[in-house]
Design a protein around this ligand. Structure first.
Ligand SMILES: NC(=O)c1ccc[n+]([C@@H]2O[C@H](COP(=O)([O-])OP(=O)(O)OC[C@H]3O[C@@H](n4cnc5c(N)ncnc54)[C@H](O)[C@@H]3O)[C@@H](O)[C@H]2O)c1
Length: 288
């Protein structure tokens, strides 16, 4: 099999990530079936496509013909059997729960044709924790998009010990066809590339505040001014949610029992106070 054999794609989950991944694939010319257990999420995803595409045409970023074609390429189907029955590639972007993903992959293994590649967009779960739920582990890998998927250029393709090089190559090629730059990780590692680098930066920034060296505002200013990041680590944690930083740290710590994986005292303090960032109107900054 090679990339030219990929014509039909099923995207599972029409949430934050799935609805945009599906539209990226439709814009790249693929026949896309976007599916979700929630009809409401599918309606929202369809509504988004119907407003986003005309907006791109109005801005001169797409021709009317391209927008019309993308809409023709995509369908929103609640029934998984119907959505995945004859596809060549699946991108799973359902909730970040391993038991749900394992169950989905077992079902997909039964439903999809034997040649189909099954990729997960999981942020942290390596595909070796899912691949053995199928009878085609060589065709299972991570294909990790970034949020918002229509805008962000990077896709991390993670080749597990069970993943064939052909599968990883086709996933890299598909990323390119979807207008993305693929980064091919030849081995599995927790957090892949970007989330590891980001975690290292955030941990160091938190350590400097915990040590009383500088304030969050000063560190954000230093990182934006000297490193050219659009946002400093504290502002970014406020946006993504300090509760999320806490849960990710706690989950990792429970797995490794390594003190360095434990959330920093500052994160624990903010979590306990309910100061979770923008969503609670207070985190490292106030948002009144
Ligand atoms: N949000 C991000 O910034 C981001 C970035 C990269 C990767 N991811 C990963 O993408 C995946 C989805 O994240 P999200 O932020 O889009 O979540 P989300 O909660 O916005 O969407 C998940 C969707 O999955 C649906 N769903 C749940 N169980 C399902 C099932 N069995 N079958 C079909 N649909 C099901 C839900 O109804 C929901 O619409 C996760 O694995 C996450 O780790 C998220």
């Amino acid at each position: 099999m090679n990339i030219e054999d990929v014509k039909k794609i099923c995207v599972i989950g029409a949430g934050n990530m799935g609805h945009q991944i599906a539209l990226c694939a439709a814009l790249a010319g693929y026949q896309v079936r976007c599916t979700d257990i929630s009809q409401e999420m599918l309606n929202k995803a369809e509504g988004f496509a119907k407003t986003y595409l005309p907006e791109r045409v109005a801005k001169g970023k797409l021709s009317q013909e391209q927008a019309d074609q993308a809409l023709r390429n995509i369908s929103f189907i609640q029934n998984l059997e119907e959505a995945a029955a004859d596809v060549d590639f699946v991108i799973e972007a359902a909730v970040e729960k391993i038991d749900i993903k394992r169950k989905l992959f077992a079902e997909l293994d039964r439903i999809t044709p034997p040649h189909a590649i099954l990729a997960t967009n999981s942020s942290f779960i390596v595909s070796s924790k899912i691949a053995d739920a199928t009878n085609r582990p060589d065709k299972v890998c991570n294909m990790h998009f970034f949020n918002p998927a229509l805008v962000m250029k990077l896709v991390e393709v993670v080749q597990g010990p069970h993943t064939s090089t052909e599968t990883a190559q086709i996933t890299m090629d598909l990323s390119k066809k979807m207008g993305k730059n693929g980064a091919w990780l030849k081995k599995e590692i927790y957090g892949f590339l970007v989330n590891r680098i980001l975690a290292a930066l955030h941990n160091e920034a938190l350590f400097l505040v915990d040590m009383g060296i500088a304030s969050p505002e000063e560190i954000d200013m230093a990182v934006t001014n000297a490193l050219g990041h659009p946002m400093g680590p504290f502002r970014l944690m406020d946006f993504t949610g300090i509760d999320l930083s806490y849960y990710i740290g706690m989950e990792r710590y429970q797995e490794t029992r390594d003190q360095k994986d434990k959330p920093s005292p500052l994160i624990i303090e903010k979590f306990v106070k309910g100061e979770w960032g923008k969503k609670t109107k207070k985190g490292f900054y106030s948002y009144d």
